[in-house]
Write a protein that binds this ligand. Sequence first.
Ligand code: TXA
Ligand code: MG
Length: 324
Amino acid sequence: MRKAAHLLQTGGLVVFPTETVYGLGADATNKTAVGNIFQAKGRPSDNPLIVHLSKIDQIKKWISEIPPLAEQLIKHFSPGPITYVMNHQGGFASNVTAGLSTVGIRIPEHPLALALLELADVPVAAPSANRSGRPSPTTANHVAEDLFGRVDMILDGGSSSVGVESTVVDVTGEIPLLLRPGGVTLEQLEAVVGGVLMDAGLTEKPRSPGMKYRHYAPKGEMWLVTGDGMVEKIQLISREKVAKGYRVGVLTTSENKGMYKGITTIACGSRMKPSSVAHGLYDALRKFDEMEVDFILSETFPEHGLYLSVMNRLNKAAEGKKIR
Ligand code: TXA
Ligand code: MG
């Protein structure tokens, strides 16, 4: 841990576990180090990074005016899977914020992440530790698949408990603006602040630059299957595709896994337990790549709670392709 902290302090790249996904960290005040994050990931430079801090009382060191709305949310949800977009006063390297007047701040809730942030005692800019466009990593093995040899150190903290990224919420206005659904659900936010606006990348010029890029994508062509008779539709289409010579994979849940005889299936969790589906989602997408599946049919979920975040990621992975 001391070596990892020293690497961060001296401009190195350290991958560390968080409760959401693994992060690719560098000192957020070191422009060269931050530039190396973009390079290692192959990330477009107009997509800003989140800054990670070890303690709530560190926020005021970097943000001079914390909006009351932010204070309220921080009290309820931090440390945790949530990122607050607030106005900054220029303390971070310019490439962290991609030139925006705002910055995303998060205090993760993972003992290794917190220990590292505390030891390093620098603000740590960290996007998810995947190559750009790949599913986010939820294990150190996923990280190694994408970034081995491109970073100075990978800390292995086992599998990330939440499994989808943090909720990104812009707190610069009167009403919170949800930019990316994540580990903290819309319903949880609403219970604290009443109304929440949504801009999860559906508009032409999304407020969160990252939402416009293809994301979380497996290599195979992926379609989401929705509506009545979902299982029957998947059975029919998968058989047709197999007959045409495709390697077909079905993304399913433990409840339905037995329904697709003779087809490659991956159950990412139990439909009755949204947290298990979120936890297993990215590993499942990566497994399809390993199996060299070239056509993926995915079950879908009702868009409430954590399933709103799961469906957001599935939609991106499938580039919005749906069979109704
Ligand atoms: O759970 C997480 O948030 C993980 C872990 C490592 O903390 N990090 C993560 O970072 O997912 P990244 O870079 O993969 O996603 C950050 C998202 C992007 O969509 C980015 O565009 C958005 O947050 N974002 C960052 N700063 C922003 C800002 N100032 N305004 C609007 N969106 C911002
Ligand atoms: Mg990412």
